[in-house]
Design a protein around this ligand. Structure first.
Ligand SMILES: [Zn+2]
Length: 148
């Protein structure tokens, strides 16, 4: 399973050519990231490629939705790690999106891409901390400028 970090090849071994999930040779060597930040708990997930277009985009969508849902709940995550992770995955999505149709290895299937991130309700959990963050910034501004 590509979701398991133990899936990474032993250190020193060259990655197998082709998509790590389905074996298609039309793959790009790029990783997909997710960040979870809740209070003092922070976790960084990285899935290293290469991945083909459907496998890569499927992972980008899953990991981005996870980040949008769970990545905003600690201050450093909010201002630093989660924006970085989202930007990274955007680059990954562009990179995987440019690949041609894959021809998976015999007996293997590319991942279902699934619905886009904006069609996944969990992605909108992010609106709550972003509103909170905006409120905090506005209050700091009002305090600093003495407007109340
Ligand atoms: Zn694949």
């Amino acid at each position: 399973m590509p979701h398991d970090p133990a899936y990474a090849p032993p250190y020193g071994h060259a990655p197998a050519p082709g998509c790590r999930n389905c074996g298609a040779p039309q793959a790009a060597l790029f990783s997909v990231r997710a960040h979870v930040g809740v209070l003092v708990l922070m976790r960084f997930h990285t899935l290293n490629g290469p991945f083909c277009r459907p496998c890569g985009r499927s992972l980008v969508r899953t990991m981005t939705t996870k980040t949008l849902c769970q990545g905003w709940w600690s201050p450093l995550s909010l201002v630093l790690f989660t924006p970085f992770t989202l930007f990274w995955n955007l680059l990954a999505a562009i990179k995987f999106g440019k690949l041609p149709d894959p021809t998976p290895a015999p007996g293997r299937q590319p991942l279902e891409e699934g619905p886009p991130v904006h069609a996944r309700p969990l992605a909108y959990v992010a609106i709550i901390p972003l509103l909170w963050f905006t409120w905090v910034i506005v209050n700091i501004y009002l305090d600093a400028t003495g407007r109340r």
